[in-house]
Design a protein around this ligand. Structure first.
Ligand code: FNR
Length: 389
């Protein structure tokens, strides 16, 4: 892998063309970041990140859904001061963005989650550590000081391992638990099958397992002595198709942290969830799980109608531009998660690449707010949107 050196410079340089002609211009769109990542990464790693399940109908729908909404901008409202920060679970963050939980990040860059967590900390937005991270949640927390971080849980089919992971997360400063519920089994990912590629089987997603006392107790030999057996055991625990709402109640007993469910797209599920959790993430896993599923943005609107502001509703799957963030917030999201875009930044330039991608989306959001006539995130509401016929 040959990484691109990204100079420390203000994102505004891109807008003022300070770099024009130098051949070292920053990418101006997520599409460009993606191209750079494709040039750098091994084909199978790039496809693992970029591709979707099945025939990628959901992946495409996620993007198309944004085109169904147009912004009816307002004018003459003095937009010289704009405020992007929001409050989420009682904490102020710099903008309505979080980094989505993405496992196995060392397939994009050797520093993996350590680099992206530092970038999130630097930009003052929460980092969500995946259960399937390459590095352990403690190693990642160590990079972040007091910066906000949440832990994403794949509720394993062993309660003791689940309990242990949740307690470890609370102990090392994670301030929310995100339970991903759209993965009872792994989606049908044709590109990975064609490439015979599984980073989990290669041991790139086991940082939280091999450091877990409850997990290690289940092994005959320590992971250091027999990594193959450890990976095998992780694979056995990973999928949990028997999960029900009662399991969510159990997690509540392990920790005092707020719990969010990630992967909700159906309004009926959202209604039930109100009895169990403190927040929702409307998501279809970026089109990596059920193919031909509803576009995440289409689900968002209906779910916000059911939730009526009782708990925060976050959103992901398809965010590529500042206007996407604005539309999701106008439809009722409190904040959005950036997924693949930051992985392209990570692949291209490690920590600096992730920072650039975050800055780019923030800058685009800021520009879109000014052009729409809004001065703060609170002012973004559905009156700004018109549904295209
Ligand atoms: C993911 N996602 C994911 N979600 C999760 O809850 N735990 C995980 O470990 C992972 N791992 C993961 C790996 C890769 C390579 C990708 C691309 C995605 C899903 C992720 O959190 C988020 O829902 C999607 O990335 C959102 O879609 P877009 O915006 O990236 O298209």
């Amino acid at each position: 892998m040959v990484f691109v050196k990204i100079e420390e410079q203000n994102i505004d340089a891109l807008y003022h063309q300070e770099e024009s002609g130098s051949g070292n211009r920053l990418p101006a769109s997520i599409r460009e970041w993606k191209q750079k990542a494709e040039n750098i990464l091994q084909k199978e790693a790039f496809e693992y990140i970029a591709r979707g399940s099945g025939e990628e109908a959901t992946l495409r729908s996620n993007r198309k859904a944004f085109n169904n909404w147009q912004i009816s901008h307002r004018v003459l409202r003095n937009v010289s001061n704009r405020e992007l920060s929001i409050s989420l679970f009682g904490k102020r963050i710099s903008s309505p963005l979080l980094l989505a939980p993405i496992g196995v990040q060392t397939i994009a860059h050797p520093e993996g989650e350590l680099a992206s967590a530092r970038a999130a900390a630097d930009m003052d937005i929460p980092f969500i550590t995946s259960t399937a991270a390459t590095y352990s949640m403690e190693e990642i927390a160590n990079e972040m000081g007091d910066s906000p971080r949440w832990f994403q849980l794949y509720n394993s089919n062993n309660d003791r391992v689940t309990e242990s992971m949740v307690k470890r997360a609370e102990a090392c400063g994670y301030s929310a638990i995100v339970v991903t519920v759209d993965t009872p089994v792994l989606g049908h990912r044709e590109f990975d099958l064609q490439n015979s590629y599984s980073p989990l089987k290669e041991g790139k997603g086991n940082g939280n397992y091999i450091s877990d006392p409850a997990f290690c107790e289940m092994l005959e030999k320590s992971p250091r002595k027999d990594m193959k057996a450890a990976i095998q055991k992780q694979m056995e625990l990973f999928e949990n198709p028997s999960l029900t709402w009662e399991d969510i109640e159990k997690i509540r007993k392990y920790s005092k942290l707020p719990i969010l469910l990630k992967g909700i797209v159906d309004p009926e599920d959202a209604k039930i969830a109100l009895n169990y959790v403190d927040g929702l993430i409307v998501s279809n896993h970026g089109g990596r799980q059920l193919d031909h599923g509803i576009a995440s943005l289409d689900a968002l609107e209906k779910i916000c109608q059911v939730i009526q502001g009782e708990i925060p509703v976050l959103f992901d799957s398809g965010i590529r531009r500042g206007t996407d963030v604005l539309k999701a917030i106008a439809l009722g999201a409190s904040a959005v998660l950036l997924g693949r875009p930051f992985m392209y930044g990570l692949a291209t330039g490690g920590e600096a690449g992730v920072k650039r991608v975050i800055q780019q989306i923030q800058k685009e959001l800021d520009v879109s707010m000014a052009l729409s006539g809004v001065r703060s995130i609170n002012e973004i509401d559905s009156s700004l949107l018109v549904r295209q016929r």
